[in-house]
Design a binder for this molecule. Structure first.
Ligand code: NAD
Length: 485
């Protein structure tokens, strides 16, 4: 596949990536900015949103002119390039955002390459009867406007692009301002793939300087037929208020229940593995545990064997004062707690150092016992900090876990062998994803059955989005004919 880099550029990239991965350290900023990487200008990145939308409209025309087989061929090229360049995007993501882990981000990109559905997801249906034949097709919307987060920046751009292209849409991105280079690297990858597959260069478009203003232009532009928003509550609210058809993939705060029938050593390992995946950035990752008091000590001991470090109640207060800040709403004057951005997605070791505790690299998670009201339980931290609340029975566990999920209907987890307990919690919590007896990432197809996505649309109900989520149904009726019986 033709990627127009010089040998020196390739060597430079490989060296930097290897250093980044080996030490889980970050790339030097001299190699990238929001419009280029190692001196190579990104294809499809614009200064003005109007120009980006015009390019995406051209992209839409190009993709509509392609046969299903041609789209699938293009997606195959995209998958191959994601596999090849996953370590680069992973290292760039960590370097640019300061969040997450290179090895886990690499795994997330490979998951996108392997398990994002393509054109096979677009399945027409046919109904025949006394009055003939009716065909229902999944048609493209046109140009999709997509808002993407800082937590899985290139993963979301790539996963959404595959689904949107499979459904024959054009797409313009307004990526997170803290992850522009990583997101635009992914946009460029799609456009290089389209070139390699022999279709026009700009298939998907993005912004050099995305802002709330450029997002607003997107919301109001007549060419945008569908908005897809992956982010926190503020942006999902803004997109749903736009007046356009919108898919909202919002915040979570996934609780975990561990009852007295669970395989406790396995539950301990699974919870720490899931909670620490990419330093807790995935919205599906375990955020708080409700453990039966009868097994809580054994569970905590198992976690300590798997890279957890337990802090005291006093240390938890000190840490809470650092990772959560008071933020005043300028309009209402109301003060609310918000996560300190410079703590999100950081290594457990780095967070512990902030309260004067020095540990080795083997420590990947901070655990503590708290009350239900503690901020660590109530706030979506997106850090490898896991509060554990002791409960006395399944009624209390379900009641508290449902409250802690805050009605996001996003994700919940349970470790149990009691099918009544499992069924009761699954029914009560009403989340889009419910994972039983596995790390959270099984819920997005990583060690679990089913396809993957990085846009989990709880608020608007599309669920684990895929190509068909980005389609509109169209009916074609042939009256009195084409029935063969
Ligand atoms: P964020 O909410 O800070 O930002 C998302 C994007 O929206 C950014 O581009 C940001 O600039 C923009 N934005 C924010 N407020 C806006 C507004 N009022 N109008 C227009 N644009 C606005 O996202 P983040 O911190 O990078 O991501 C973390 C959040 O996203 C967490 O809450 C996480 O749970 C959620 N998330 C959800 C999913 C999902 O699939 N449901 C996936 C990833 C992240």
């Amino acid at each position: 596949m033709a990627i127009n880099w010089t040998e020196t550029q390739i060597e430079e990239i490989v060296n930097k990536v290897v250093v980044g991965i080996q030490g889980n350290r970050t790339l030097s900023q001299s190699t990238w900015d929001s419009v280029s990487y190692c001196g190579r200008a990104f294809i499809g990145v614009y200064e003005k949103m109007e120009d980006a939308i015009a390019a995406a409209e051209n992209g839409y025309r190009a993709v509509r002119a392609m046969s299903v087989a041609q789209r699938e061929k293009l997606i195959t090229v995209i998958r191959g390039m994601i596999r090849d360049e996953a370590p680069i995007m992973a290292a760039l993501g960590v370097a640019e955002t300061g969040m997450g882990r290179v090895d886990h981000k690499t795994a997330k990109h490979l998951l996108v390459a392997d398990k994002t559905p393509g054109t096979e997801d677009i399945v027409p249906t046919v109904r025949t009867g006394d009055f003939g034949l009716t065909l229902t097709e999944m048609a493209p919307f046109g140009v999709v406007g997509s808002i993407t987060p800082s937590t899985n920046p290139s993963e979301t751009v790539l996963c959404n692009s595959i689904g949107m292209i499979a459904a024959a849409n054009g797409v313009v991105f307004n990526p997170h301002p803290n992850a522009i280079a990583t997101s635009n690297y992914a946009v460029d990858l799609i456009n290089r793939a389209s070139r390699a597959a022999g279709v026009p260069a700009v298939l998907v478009a993005s912004m050099a300087k995305p802002t709330l203003d450029t997002a607003n232009v997107m919301y109001k532009h007549p060419a945008i037929r569908l908005l897809v928003c992956t982010g926190g509550p503020g942006v999902v609210r803004a997109v749903l208020a736009s007046g356009k058809k919108a898919i909202g993939a919002g915040a979570g705060n996934p609780p975990v229940i561990v009852d007295d029938t669970a395989d406790i050593p396995k539950a301990a390992k699974d919870i720490i593995d899931g909670c620490t995946f990419d330093n807790n950035l995935p919205c599906i990752a375990e955020k708080e545990v409700f453990a039966f008091a009868s097994i809580a000590d054994e569970l905590i001991a198992g976690m300590l064997k798997n890279g957890a470090y337990k802090i005291t109640a006093a240390e938890a207060e000190k840490l809470a004062g650092i990772v959560l800040k008071d933020v005043k709403n300028p309009k209402t004057g109301i003060v609310k707690k918000a996560v300190a951005r410079d703590c999100v997605g950081r290594d457990a070791k780095v967070l512990l150092e902030k309260i004067g505790i020095h540990v080795g690299d083997e420590i990947r998670c901070i655990i503590c016992e708290t009350s239900f009201d503690h901020l660590f339980v109530q706030e979506e931290l997106m850090m490898p900090i896991l509060p554990i609340v002791r409960v006395h029975n399944i009624d209390e566990a379900i009641e508290l876990a449902v409250k802690a999920e805050h009605g996001n209907r996003h994700t919940a987890h349970m470790h149990s062998k009691n099918i009544d307990h499992l069924s009761r919690f699954a029914k009560a919590v009403e989340t889009t994803i419910f994972v039983k007896n596995a790390p959270s990432y099984a819920g997005i197809g990583f060690g679990g059955e089913g396809h993957t996505t990085f846009t989990i649309a709880g608020p608007t109900g599309e669920g684990i989005t895929s190509a068909k989520s980005f389609t509109r149904l169209r009916r074609c009726v042939m009256a009195d004919s084409f029935r063969i019986i």
